[in-house]
Ligand binder design. Structure first.
Ligand SMILES: NC(=O)c1ccc[n+]([C@@H]2O[C@H](COP(=O)([O-])OP(=O)(O)OC[C@H]3O[C@@H](n4cnc5c(N)ncnc54)[C@H](OP(=O)(O)O)[C@@H]3O)[C@@H](O)[C@H]2O)c1
Length: 238
């Protein structure tokens, strides 16, 4: 049986992926802050899931519990970072920005580093980060969300380069969703909001194929292409 950990499995994409992995014979460590939701999920697949509840902003606890989870589930082949936060922040409330930075940058980096070091030691592994199409450009509605997603995209690329330099079979996958039907989908002008099940299925397929960068659902690849091409003088007025 393959072993995986999903950071942020209490809801949304992380939960969708947890179910797919369980149905495909994985032993999965599921994490998040909402313990009750993790227990509910465990009740559905008691033999597949191992539960640890923690806040990724507390990096010491995160490392300790990731170590424990890996021992309990008997190893690690795949780690998926699906945790993330982002609030609309028109008034530029610094506390909102700080929460986002602590989760999407500090917590994210702690977990990505822990996973990469683990995989380097065992000489193989697969790290998957759920970033966002939002990381491609700045965004006035939630500046820290777009900026932290740009950080994640850049950071994960660095780890892929590091794996390649090490000449080890460590795969690093960057999944960039467009709008998905979860609590995270916020902001004006939402369109093409995609169901969690469809998005999770496409992500699982990308994981199996060891893809490097994937837009989900596929149609969001077209939007990404256009977003990157919009000239600055037009983008500034949007
Ligand atoms: N939905 C979209 O439209 C969309 C678009 C692009 C990218 N994404 C990205 O997709 C990823 C998954 O989001 P989602 O759409 O599935 O939303 P979601 O249902 O809100 O899931 C977010 C997950 O992150 C966990 N999390 C948040 N803060 C945490 C913290 N401090 N410590 C531990 N866990 C934490 C949550 O668990 P607890 O609250 O239980 O801790 C939850 O399981 C995120 O990285 C998001 O940025 C989403």
């Amino acid at each position: 049986m393959k072993k995986a950990i999903i950071i942020g499995a209490t809801s949304g994409i992380g939960k969708g992926l947890a179910k797919i992995l369980a149905e495909n014979n994985y032993r999965v460590g599921i994490t998040g802050r909402r313990t009750e939701l993790l227990k509910e999920l465990k009740d559905q697949y008691p033999d597949s899931f191992f539960v640890k509840s923690f806040d990724i902003r507390d990096t010491d606890t995160t490392i300790k519990l990731l170590d424990e989870l890996t021992i309990e589930s008997g190893g690690l082949d795949l780690l998926i970072i699906s945790s993330g936060t982002g609030e609309l922040n028109d008034p530029l409330d610094f506390n909102i920005e700080l929460q986002t930075i602590e989760t999407n940058v500090t917590g994210f980096t702690c977990i990505a580093d822990w996973a990469f070091n683990y995989f380097e030691k065992q000489k193989y592994g697969h790290l998957v980060a759920i970033t966002s199409i939002g990381g491609l450009r700045g965004g006035r509605q939630a500046p820290s969300y777009n900026a932290t997603k740009a950080y994640q995209i850049n950071y994960i690329e660095a780890l892929r380069q590091k794996a390649s330099n090490l000449k080890m079979p460590i795969t690093v996958t960057d999944i960039r969703p467009g709008f998905v039907d979860t609590d995270m989908a916020k902001g004006e002008g939402k369109f093409w909001v995609q169901p969690v099940e469809k998005v999770s299925r496409q992500i699982y397929k990308a994981i199996r194929r060891k893809k490097k960068i994937v837009y989900v659902t596929r149609r969001w690849g077209i939007v990404a292409f256009i977003i990157k091409l919009i000239p600055r003088f037009i983008y500034n007025r949007m």
